[in-house]
Design a protein around this ligand. Structure first.
Ligand code: FPP
Length: 252
């Protein structure tokens, strides 16, 4: 067993991650930035800024552990309801993150993908995202999916429209429609479904995240706010996942 897969759990017992059972796809709902800031009497923007630091650490650790796909829920179709200044902070942080990190991510073999419709984002944001996707497009070590203006229902509405369009143009037939075909009309086309969905910060809901893809995902919740989430928390979540009995509706 490689040393990097040995960790201390609760600072007491050592626990060992199984190198052969690292989830192929981990998806994270990065929650709690606002409450983290409020608790420290800081503006919410500082919570989001601290959240970006956590992203850096978690991408690095996910790659080190051999996770193939890391999906981060960064902005939902419902997040437009937030005050204008918070929206602008989030867009600015995204641009800053990409400007600062893309070269390093590229060197580290990270391939950036966008899940969601970014056409409503400020043009600078769209351009940085397109640039990041292009620069990193040949990388194979880890896929970093940024879910931006993403909603599970919106994704399915979009897929239905695309399918209807292809039916009309007779590119596909009614009898071609099955689960595999639908999976090819959504943003995660060609990617494995998430094995593990992590939501820090105490809430236990899915919030319109990956509704089609999470049919058999394992969930892991914790009370830690996203800015305080560490690589050890990621390891704990994976350890917990590795000890689940996944039956996919069957019997063992
Ligand atoms: C949830 O916390 C967090 C978000 C809605 C935004 C997450 C975005 C970032 C961390 C920064 C930008 C993204 C990238 C990829 C650089 P919340 O505000 O809902 O927290 P609360 O529930 O405590 O209010």
């Amino acid at each position: 067993m490689l040393d990097i897969f040995k960790f201390k759990k609760d600072s007491q017992k050592e626990f060992v991650l199984d190198i052969n059972k690292i989830p192929a796809h981990i998806a994270i709902i990065m929650d709690g930035n606002g409450r983290w800031a409020k608790k420290r009497k800081l503006p919410r923007s500082m919570g989001h800024k601290a959240g970006v630091e956590t992203i850096r650490k978690i991408v690095k650790e996910s790659k080190r552990l051999g996770v193939g796909y890391l999906t981060l829920y960064a902005f939902s179709t419902e997040n437009w309801k937030r005050p204008k200044d918070e929206l602008s902070t989030l867009m600015q942080l995204l641009v800053l993150y990409l400007k600062k990190e893309v070269d390093e991510l590229n060197k580290n073999g990270v391939k950036i993908n966008v899940l969601g419709d970014i056409s409503k984002f400020p043009i600078e944001c769209q351009n940085e995202l397109k640039r990041a996707v292009k620069i990193t497009s040949e990388n194979v070590d880890i896929n970093l999916n940024l879910a931006l203006n993403y909603g599970g229902r919106d994704e399915l509405v979009r897929a239905v429209k695309l399918i209807a369009n292809d039916l009309e143009k007779q590119k596909i037939k009614n009898e071609d429609i099955n689960e595999e075909l639908i999976s090819n009309y959504i943003y995660t086309k060609g990617m494995p479904d998430p094995d593990l969905i992590i939501r820090p910060s105490g809430e236990k809901r899915l919030s319109n995240f990956l509704l089609w893809q999470c049919a058999y995902s394992e969930f892991w919740y914790s009370d830690i706010a996203w800015p305080d989430f560490t690589k050890e928390d990621l390891q704990k979540a994976i350890f917990d996942y590795q000890n689940r009995d996944r039956r996919f509706g069957g019997i063992k």
